[in-house]
Design a protein around this ligand. Structure first.
Ligand code: 7TS
Length: 414
């Protein structure tokens, strides 16, 4: 079996590395996996990295001085370094492991939010946020009486940048938004949004759950204060995500969860916090998963994120082109040049759940529903959509199978 560092951008052979992609579904059809926006499949080398940790070096980290504990700690901290380099962080102290992007955003709301936001303060979100970047702020708004403002979404599915300027004039404390919509596929102009927020005196949080798996994301270039993502959407395992935070800001924030590892000293009635990033990592972490995410980052770096991006753009363009030819299918969001590998649509006269069910008979895995973005669906006056999403292992043939199966759905139910 190959090491995760050995792969290149040869997309014709990449599928071979993903064991799940070679199975059949219960109907007997070959699997065509078009649900990577929910979670990506995992290559053998990532599974192997986690398996190796459990088989050879299983031990708790940061505390033992025996061989296994030292090996496990080194593997864990080494992964942190590679992940920090992957996102362009100045130091691995700025990389905090969480369970997922959701927990990373909640960490900011609980820790930074409770320290820095008071009654009347404004937090800016957008109408295209995943619930993970809505509900934590709604909870805080209720508790602290802060005000939420939303950047509207245009009919084309883009952020309304003129309205954004008007909102910035209100001098918000925080601007928190998604880099790429998990429904519209829209890639937002993050650098511009961040620099304008900064000029208005706001701190910024970028939800990179959908963007980081697909194209190069560099926190230094973006000048983001905070950035959140999940390992499982980028060839890594579930159970591990990352909060990137600018060191000076993280240093100033109180801990999120209390317990072992996040302390330097504990007395009966008080404690002294540990240094960064451990201050925010209470309890035993997801050791195997962090090692797995390190391997996933090696895998993607080997292929090259520019190549990953180019492949994603090419397949999305093809999918948009062939889906556009179906007059009874309506795609939400902008043209292919402004979106990542996500295409959500409605079919005249057919409920998205029925679409997904029939596609599954043909082996095509898509997601149907509101995709944890109910306000966005409301914005477009649709209760639900069917969503196909693409990743490095998908090909034109997968898109062709999708289209054939959609024609069948239309014939049966439309
Ligand atoms: N932000 C965005 C933009 C997302 O798409 C998701 C997950 C999250 C945050 C939360 O990620 P988690 O790993 O913490 O759950 N999006 C989806 C999806 O579109 N289908 O399933 C999960």
């Amino acid at each position: 079996m190959k090491d995760c560092k050995q792969f290149t951008g040869d997309f014709d052979t990449l599928k071979a590395e993903f064991p799940t992609l070679w199975r059949k579904v219960s109907s007997g059809a070959d699997l065509v996996y078009l649900d990577s926006a929910a979670t990506s499949q995992k290559p053998d080398c990532v599974l192997q990295a986690m398996d190796e940790y459990y088989r050879l070096s299983n031990a708790n980290i940061h505390r033992g001085i025996h061989t296994l504990a030292e090996e496990a700690t080194a593997a864990y901290e080494n992964a942190r370094k590679r992940i920090a380099a992957f996102i362009g962080a100045a130091s691995s102290k700025e990389v905090v492991f969480t369970r997922n992007a959701t927990e990373a955003i909640n960490l900011i709301a609980y820790s930074w939010g409770r320290k820095n936001l008071n009654a009347g303060d404004i937090v800016v979100l957008s109408e295209m946020e995943h619930h993970a970047n809505l509900v934590p702020w709604q909870i805080l708004a209720e508790e602290r009486d802060i005000r939420l403002e939303f950047i509207p979404v245009t009919a084309e599915g883009l952020l309304d940048m003129e309205s954004y300027q008007e909102i910035l004039a209100l001098e918000p404390k925080l601007v928190s938004f998604t880099h790429m919509s998990n429904v519209l596929g829209t890639i937002n102009p993050a650098k511009e949004i961040i620099s304008q927020a900064k000029a208005a005196g706001a701190v910024t949080l970028l939800d990179a759950a959908q963007s980081l798996p697909h194209f190069p994301v560099d926190v230094a270039d973006l000048d983001a204060d905070f950035l959140a993502f999940s390992g499982h959407k980028m060839c890594g395992p579930t159970g591990v995500g990352v909060l990137y935070g600018r060191e000076a800001l993280l240093r100033d924030m109180p801990p999120f969860l209390g317990g072992g590892d996040m302390i330097r000293k504990v007395y009966l009635r008080s404690f002294v916090s540990n240094e960064l990033p451990y201050k925010f990592e209470a309890g035993t972490g997801a050791i195997a998963e962090v090692i797995g995410l390190g391997a996933a980052v090696d895998f993607l770096s080997g292929i090259g994120m520019d190549n990953v991006d180019a492949h994603g753009r090419e397949i999305t363009q093809y999918a948009m082109q062939v889906l556009d030819e179906l007059p009874w299918l309506h795609i939400l969001g902008p043209g292919a040049d402004k979106r990542g590998g996500v295409v959500a649509f409605t079919l005249d006269g057919v409920h998205p759940h029925d679409v997904a069910q029939i596609l599954d008979w043909d082996g095509v895995a898509v997601r149907a529903g509101h995709h944890c973005a109910m306000p966005l669906h409301e914005r477009f006056s649709v209760p639900a959509t069917t969503r196909a999403s693409f990743y490095i292992y998908n090909s034109h043939n997968d898109v062709d199978v999708l289209v054939e199966s959609l024609r069948k759905v239309k014939k049966m139910l439309g």
